[in-house]
Design a binder for this molecule. Sequence first.
Ligand SMILES: C=C(O[C@@H]1C=C(C(=O)O)C=C[C@H]1O)C(=O)O
Length: 434
Amino acid sequence: MPINQQFETHLTTNKIKKIEQFDLDFQLNVAWIMDYFHAFAGERYVFINKDKSFKLIGIGHHSVLTADTIHPVLIERQFKAIVQDAAYIGNGSQYELKLFGGFQFDNNESKNFSAYEKSHFVIPKIQIIESNGHASIIFVDQSSDKIQIIDALRHHTGGKVPDNKIISAEDIDLELFKSNAHKAISMMQEDKLEKVVLSRKRKITMERDIDILPLINQAMKNHEVSYFALIESGAQTFITKTPEQLVAVQDGILHTNAIAGTMGKSIDNAKQKLLDDEKNLYEHKIVVESIKEDLAPFTNEITLKQSPDILENQFFYHLYTPINAKLNRGGLLEVTESLHPTPALGGFPKRAAMDFLAEANEGRGLYGAPLGYVDLNDEGEFIVAIRSMVIQDNTAMLYAGCGIVKSSVVESEVYETEIKFKPMLEMLGVNEDE
Ligand SMILES: C=C(O[C@@H]1C=C(C(=O)O)C=C[C@H]1O)C(=O)O
């Protein structure tokens, strides 16, 4: 397994000596905190869970643990070795320090994500957590004046960012998306494939460099049920506002879900139509069955409902099945690697779908990929990074995908992906109706 030089160097030289944790007596304003630490631009991350009860911010790089192939379990092992002998000072435990990051959709080339490795995880210099209303800050091997930083954070309010305007919006390879969809449907008619999820891209160019501050502010304004995550790597920033959890483990219980099957909210009676729609129910069932199969090595107790619920977000209804299981064997990252990609993002049969996608050569990078965190207790959460974009200078590359099955109509899928760009366009302040 080829491992980056950088990865090996960090391992041998960078063991953590001291973790210091302080309680914070104020609620986190994520945008303002990111603004306060603007000197660390390129080395920050944010993760906010679906019900906003958990917020995680990382500042600076203590270590970047990467591999040039998908191997998160190996990286988690190295994280444990790095933290193992650290002295801990505070009211909690070193188990609160989290390894944050993810791995790309697949091992294929993804030129829009040149700043990210295939497996890309970070141990920050400063980590800020808010969990169920209680906030704390962790310093990893830091000699700076910590009380002064805490005090400054308490009083800091976000700076003013100059307005930015869109210059152009350009569909990338839309014709290729359509021809791949037709090709997939023909293969399905020959029973060579059951489902594949295809994606397309839109490149947005703005007048000036894109600042993340207004994007975070915009994302926080909107109270819909979705995660928010951001990871910077040098000149690039990846952002997702996904409704989709891949897997979480807490107190020995594994939580996952199937989200597949979509109807735009502008359609009359959309909710009921979606619940009755054969094509969408079929797309959804493929995901549920595949998740059950992939979980089998880790559990013998799975709980789920027989028919899907509706998940509502700003622009759509999705078919949604929550799935819970007792984790009897293996850990969070093993389950993450095994589930990814579910047929909500890959397809079915998995192998045939991944071969199709390798040929389609969409260069997904972190789009549709698992992103999240794990701690030393092996607890944490990974999300599926859809409704996402990668930003560099004054451009943002947006990604949107949809499930193709035998009965798909290509123009409807183009329309569905069109709406799926909206959450990112809204975050960028782009009003398409203007
Ligand atoms: C692939 C995306 O979404 C996925 C595909 C869906 C579908 O085909 O119905 C629904 C939700 C997601 O699982 C995306 O938003 O980019």
